[in-house]
Structure formats: structure tokens, C-alpha cells
Design a protein around this ligand. Structure first.
Ligand SMILES: Nc1ncnc2c1ncn2[C@@H]1O[C@H](COP(=O)(O)OP(=O)(O)OP(=O)(O)O)[C@@H](O)[C@H]1O
Length: 269
């Protein structure tokens, strides 16, 4: 579980995060949404300790990251898996080498143990046939699955993803969403995802934090989102004509999510 208490972050005189408090539970997919410039990336980077907050607390299972010793921070780093925008794979390494990289960095496992662990997660993201390929030889969706496998190879307690669906077609984005939801349950991770993808919001949004101009404007799950009274949130989430119509359909039929009205692709496609 990650608890954030009255988090503020300024750059010189500009206050970007204006006192955000929120809890992110273990085993749940937590989504951070908001317009461009609302502070999502600064928020995520503050949780990852890339930015030092101006004030406030960030507790990882009860421990304040900003009061941790160097060793404790190093330990925490080994417990965090990250999926960055654009996958951020090493071009000169094969899929398997990319995935093994965190084990080389953070563990003393033997070569054989590392291979076994890499093999496990490669199977988990259905990339058995690609393990000897280079990133340039596989599709964007497969690259994203490699990034996810690399993020989970070390059995992380916390999983952070920055725009995991960016650059993917909607079909592949669904596969990635499903995979992230499944992995969150299987590994019992506290998963935090920055996203602009409203489809993700409506399908995997177990806890949604809506940021607006550096403040927490709304927090809830995908099922209560539909009836949320917050006009800014509704205007943001249902800004496209298609989603507006979907919302009207939900309201008319008393449905709360799109889970039962869309057919999902299988995650190994
Ligand atoms: N290192 C920095 N120094 C100064 N200002 C910054 C820095 N990083 C972000 N900002 C400012 O903080 C505000 C929020 O930026 P942030 O990148 O968090 O927005 P965002 O919600 O992630 O946007 P997007 O959805 O476009 O990625 C912006 O006004 C940005 O200019």
C-alpha cells in the first residue's frame, strides 16, 4: 500500500502539486488521470523519488520514502517495477537479456536461476517465440509486453506504469490493460498507472485519481464514475461524442461499466 499525505511540489515559484492526499491499495490497479499539465508525471516522479517533494509524506507500506536511509531506498528500488512510455528497452539486447537486466542489477542469482526466472515471465507475457529477438524486430505491443515482463521479473511489490498504452492501437491497448490487471492480482502489486486512455479508465479503473491543476479533484472507481457529480471529471472523461453516448446508454440501462458489453481479445494475441 502506498499512502500520500498532503504532497506538494513546486519548481521555483510554480506550485505544481498543491497538497495531494491519497491511498493506493495493494492488489489494486490505481489510475492517475487528468488533462495535460495537471501534474500526473510530477506526481508519479515524486512517488518514484525522482523529485524531492516540497512538503508532505509518501509512505510505502508505512515507511516514508523521504526518511529512508540509502540502504532502505536501495531495497525499495528493488521492489519497484516500472514500465515507461515507449517501453525504454535496450536496443542492443535481446528480449531475454532486456528482461534479465533487473536481476543482474539487483540480485545475486546464478546464471541458471536468472534464466529460469526470465523464462517464467517470458511465458507469463506470452513471448516464448520472441526471446532471442531484438526490440527492433518485434511490434510495439510486443515491446510493451517485454517492458512488463522486465518490470515483474524481480517480483515487485509496486508497479508503476507511465502511459502504457501510448502509441498502441485500441485492440493491443486492451491486451496490455488486461495483462496489467491480471499481473496486479497474481503478484498482489500496488499498481499505479498514468493514463490518457479512457478505455482503460472504464475497464481496469479499480481506483481512479483525477488530478486537475495540481489538486485531487475526484477519487473513486470505474463503477461510481458513471454517476459522479463532478462536472469537470465528467467533461474530461466523457469528452468524446462516443463516450458521451456511452454514458447516456449506461444511464438509460443502469449499467455501470463496459465490462459486459465489449468483447475482449485474449492476452496472448
Ligand atoms: N522539471 C520541471 N521543472 C519545471 N516545471 C515542470 C517540471 N516538470 C513539470 N513541470 C511543470 O509541471 C506542470 C505539470 O506537468 P506534468 O508533466 O506533471 O503534467 P502531466 O499531467 O503529466 O501532463 P501530460 O499529460 O501532458 O504528460 C506543467 O506545467 C509543467 O510545465
Amino acid at each position: 500500500m502506498i499512502e500520500v499525505k498532503d504532497l506538494k511540489k513546486s519548481f521555483e515559484t510554480v506550485e505544481v502539486l498543491k497538497g495531494i492526499s491519497s491511498n493506493f491499495e495493494t492488489g489494486k490497479v490505481n489510475l492517475i488521470i487528468g488533462q495535460s499539465g495537471s501534474g500526473k508525471t510530477v506526481f508519479l516522479k515524486s512517488l518514484l523519488n525522482v523529485y524531492q517533494p516540497t512538503s508532505g509524506e509518501i509512505l510505502f507500506d508505512g515507511k516514508d520514502i523521504n526518511k529512508m536511509s540509502r540502504d532502505e531506498k536501495q531495497q525499495l528500488r528493488s521492489e519497484i517495477g516500472t514500465v515507461f512510455q515507449g517501453s525504454a528497452l535496450f536496443d542492443s539486447m535481446t528480449v531475454e537479456e532486456n528482461i534479465t537486466f533487473p536481476l543482474d542489477m539487483f540480485t545475486n542469482l546464478t546464471f541458471r536461476e536468472k534464466k529460469r526466472r526470465a523464462f517464467e515471465v517470458i511465458g507469463r507475457v506470452h513471448l516464448e517465440k520472441a526471446n532471442r529477438k531484438y526490440p527492433s524486430e518485434i511490434s510495439g505491443g510486443m515491446q510493451k509486453r517485454v517492458a512488463i515482463a522486465r518490470a515483474i521479473v524481480n517480483n515487485p511489490k509496486y508497479l508503476f506504469c507511465d502511459e502504457p498504452n501510448s502509441g498502441l492501437d485500441p485492440y493491443t491497448a486492451n491486451i496490455i490493460d488486461d495483462l496489467l490487471l491480471e499481473i496486479t492480482k497474481e503478484y498482489n502489486t500496488t499498481t499505479i498507472i498514468n493514463t490518457h486512455d479512457m478505455n482503460s479508465v472504464m475497464t481496469i479503473g479499480e481506483n481512479i485519481l483525477y488530478l486537475r491543476m495540481g489538486i485531487k479533484e475526484w477519487q473513486g472507481n470505474k463503477d461510481i464514475l458513471i454517476n459522479a457529480g463532478n462536472k469537470n471529471l465528467i467533461d474530461f472523461v466523457y469528452s468524446s461524442e462516443l463516450f458521451k453516448e456511452l454514458r447516456e446508454y449506461f444511464m438509460k440501462t443502469n449499467k455501470t461499466s463496459i465490462d459486459n458489453i465489449i468483447t475482449k481479445p485474449h492476452s496472448n494475441e
